[in-house]
Design a protein around this ligand. Structure first.
Ligand code: FE2
Length: 364
């Protein structure tokens, strides 16, 4: 694995500027970053420091298990509240659940008309009792990340030659979700076994914003990473020299956040932008933990996932078919990563069979 300083940085001030040169600079950075790496660094992003929010989350994580269990909302497919350790599994990984505990909440109001259709995805937030400021801090930073994401999506649309609003118009009222994550301390045995904090995967949403995180030493103090092998690594597109791609460290320059392409944006762009395969590695010494956040910008659950008109080549249509609703795609993925039960898939259009079976089972 290697560090690569060539991942571009997009300055959101350039996107807002009326100077054509600044806009061109931002457009080129987006095309290069999202097209080649599936990731850009973002400057002048307007996102507050998340340190206090992380403190609040760690206070919650430190509560006794019995106090945390009421927020363990498997009934909501963990889309709200607390996700216990060893719950989520990355697709195409080794089958090892990730070593993390999380909190999920929606920082932006969701279209109420989707609640009946997608009850687990569009559900109301839950918040930990005993910390009145948690929700306010959470939604503030989540909303700031969301605004940065929308600005990038407007820039991405222009960079692709689309109308400026072509991508953001499908985001309104969508089930955007902001997640806090605590990666758990590993033992020496787990390190020797090459256990990862987060297995390799691509995100299934439109765009992911990462505000950056911090490491905690075994005594709990905030500290610099004990080595340079821990953190976010991404896999680049394959090339003849590197048919499996290369693993690059996604380490943002000071003051920048990270934005990653998700599967929905890859599909809409017919593969022009690439959903980033990424992995979260732990340090090579035991006992260290990490806290971080990720805001997932989604398409509205009723948007159709299919390449947009300029990208509807026969090759792209074959690669990204059949078309599916973004909400249905979400259900399928949540089943795949074992947050939703497999029975959620059986509800997709198959209820008629259940009805027929129950009718036929009636006594004559
Ligand atoms: Fe991810």
């Amino acid at each position: 694995m290697s560090h690569d300083a060539t991942i571009p940085t997009v300055d959101l001030a350039d996107l807002r500027s009326s100077d054509p040169e600044a806009k061109r600079r931002a457009s080129e950075a987006i095309l290069e970053g999202f097209g080649r790496y599936g990731l850009v660094y973002v400057r002048t992003h307007g996102v507050s420091d998340a340190g206090q929010l992380y403190d609040r989350f760690l206070d919650f994580c430190a509560r006794p298990d019995a106090e945390k269990q009421p927020y363990n909302r498997g009934d909501l497919w963990y889309q709200r509240g607390w996700t216990p350790p060893n719950t989520e599994k990355a697709v195409v990984a080794s089958g090892q659940p990730d070593f993390k505990e999380c909190w999920f909440a929606a920082p932006i109001p969701i279209d109420p008309s989707t609640v009946d259709e997608f009850p687990e995805i569009a559900c109301a937030n839950v918040w930990p009792e005993g910390d009145a400021g948690f929700a306010e801090e959470y939604t503030k930073i989540g909303a700031e990340l969301h605004e940065a994401g929308l600005a990038l999506l407007r820039g991405a649309a222009l960079a692709l030659g689309l109308d400026e609003h072509a991508l953001v118009k499908g985001c309104e009222g969508a089930p955007h979700v902001f997640r806090l994550l605590r990666y758990l301390p590993l033992t020496q045995q787990q390190i020797d076994d090459k256990v990862l904090w987060g297995e390799e995967h691509t995100d299934f949403n439109l765009l992911t914003l990462l505000p950056g995180g911090r490491f905690h030493a075994p005594d709990g103090s905030v500290s610099k990473a004990p080595d340079d092998r821990s953190g976010l690594y991404l896999r680049t597109r394959p090339t003849p020299e590197h048919p499996e791609g290369r693993m690059l460290r996604g380490s943002a320059p000071p003051g920048c956040i990270v934005a990653q392409v998700g599967q929905q944006l890859e599909i809409l762009s017919g593969g022009a932008f690439l959903a980033t395969p990424h992995v979260i590695t732990a340090p090579g010494v035991p006992g260290w933990s990490r806290v971080s956040g990720a805001h997932f910008v989604h398409l509205h659950s009723r948007e159709v996932l299919s390449p947009l008109p300029p990208f509807r080549t026969p090759e792209a249509l074959r690669a990204y078919s059949p078309p599916v609703l973004a909400g249905t795609y979400g259900i399928k993925t949540l089943v795949d990563i074992e947050l939703a039960p497999p029975s959620a898939i059986d509800k997709l259009g198959y209820r008629h069979y259940d009805r027929l079976a129950s009718l036929r089972a009636q006594p004559a």
